[in-house]
Design a protein. Structure first.
Length: 399
């Protein structure tokens, strides 16, 4: 009798396990497999370090015993900022590695290229590291949440700032000729409306170009007294340096993806970067003003243990660490229901979630109708040694 009960029990467990596996791909009793794609090499390799930060934080989660008894097996692949490579890797992660979901895939081109495939397969792509405004459309991307302030929101914040500080000025935009750069240009167009062509001059570059020196010279000749660089760190650094070399001293704004000191300002020259402005939701862990801040202290300790030897002034690592914190929170909220449906639901159920490395007043709220992790930022200006925050915390509706 006992033997029959044992066999029956084993059969029930086997059936339950089979059903669970069918409902929750990539999940076992002890592990959840998650995929990520980053430009660890290529023209955007500096921001690819976000992936190193995610990997390090996931390791710290596992060292603490995992979440709900499961370790996270985070598989991160290098697409070198190439859309075809991104699609190839996403297919491998879904079909060969059988991940539960994609998390933190970085880059507008790669996410754009892989989005249809993921939609067909019903695989959530959570907290993607792009601010492309198209991904904020919940109807078109029901299984996606975004992990950066949208480029539309960020662009409008800068346009509003320039219109106030230089109301009669002329503005130049150097932009990456893809969805990333075009989103920022469109934000300025939306803000200035019919005045855009009279007030704004633009120049595009391709990520395959060796430099943007000629574009910067052309924009200077337009007579613009402000320059906004909407691209990735390599080209933002070139633009800052070239403007200084030719004696052009506009109000110079860079976008958040290019805001790393190590990735952008150091290559440009810290002295040449004095006065550069950018919006951010984050505390700078290298700034002495945060020495006694608990969140920054914890980050520095984490960095020393899990990213020893890396350059802490490259805040792409910080972005990756914060992504890891988001992943941890989402998995905690999922409990033992790690079906793709519940993962997507919980990613859109973050309520007044505050990351310890976020600036005061900045909270994360997502919902069924708002899939943006970050919607707020504060402006800051480089003083040669650190960032000085100024003004209020801003969002798309800020006056």
């Amino acid at each position: 009798m006992l033997e029959k009960l044992g066999i029956a029990g084993a059969l029930i467990l086997a059936l339950c396990s089979t059903a669970f596996a069918a409902d929750a791909p990539g999940v076992t009793a002890t592990e959840i497999r998650i995929g990520g794609v980053f430009p660890f090499s290529g023209p955007a390799s500096s921001i690819g370090l976000v992936g190193r930060g995610v990997l390090a934080y996931v390791q710290s989660i596992n060292d603490r015993g995992g979440i709900n008894g499961r370790k996270s097996n985070y598989i991160a692949l290098d697409d070198a900022y190439s859309p075809p490579k991104a699609v190839e890797h996403v297919r491998r992660l879904v079909e060969s590695d059988e991940v539960a979901f994609l998390f933190s895939q970085l880059g507008t081109p790669g996410n754009s290229a892989a989005s249809k495939y993921l939609a067909v397969k019903g695989v959530p792509s959570i907290s993607i590291v792009t601010g492309s405004s198209k991904f904020t459309n919940v109807k078109d991307y029901p299984l996606t949440t975004t992990g950066l302030v949208s480029y539309d929101t960020e662009g409008k914040i800068y346009a509003k700032y320039l219109s106030r500080t230089s109301p009669t000025g002329k503005y130049a935009i150097l932009y990456q000729n893809d969805d990333l750069g075009k989103d920022y240009v469109n934000a300025f167009k939306a803000f200035f409306g019919s005045d855009f062509d009279k007030r704004v001059v633009t120049a595009a570059y391709e990520v395959t170009e060796p430099t943007v020196d000629s574009q910067v010279v052309t924009l200077k000749s337009s007579g613009a007294d402000a320059l906004f660089v909407a691209g990735t760190p390599k080209f933002a650094a070139q633009a800052i340096r070239r403007a200084a070399e030719i004696g052009w001293k506009p109000t110079l704004i860079i976008n958040f993806p290019s805001s790393s000191v190590a990735g952008t300002l150091k290559p440009a020259g810290l002295d040449k970067s004095v006065g550069v402005i950018v919006g951010t939701p984050n505390k700078d862990p290298n700034d002495p003003k945060w020495n006694e801040d608990g969140g920054v202290k914890a980050y520095r300790e984490f960095f020393e243990k899990y990213l020893a030897g890396a350059d802490i002034t490259n805040t792409s690592y910080l972005t990756g660490c914060q992504q890891g914190m988001l992943l941890e929170q989402i998995l905690k909220q999922c409990g033992n229901d790690l079906s793709r449906g519940n993962i997507s639901t919980q990613a859109k159920s973050l309520r007044d979630f505050v990351l310890p490395t976020a600036l005061p007043g900045i909270k994360i709220n997502t919902s069924a109708t708002s899939n943006m992790v970050w919607t707020q930022m504060q402006l800051q200006r480089w003083n040669g040694a650190s960032w000085d925050q100024f003004g209020d915390v801003l969002d798309a509706g800020s006056e």
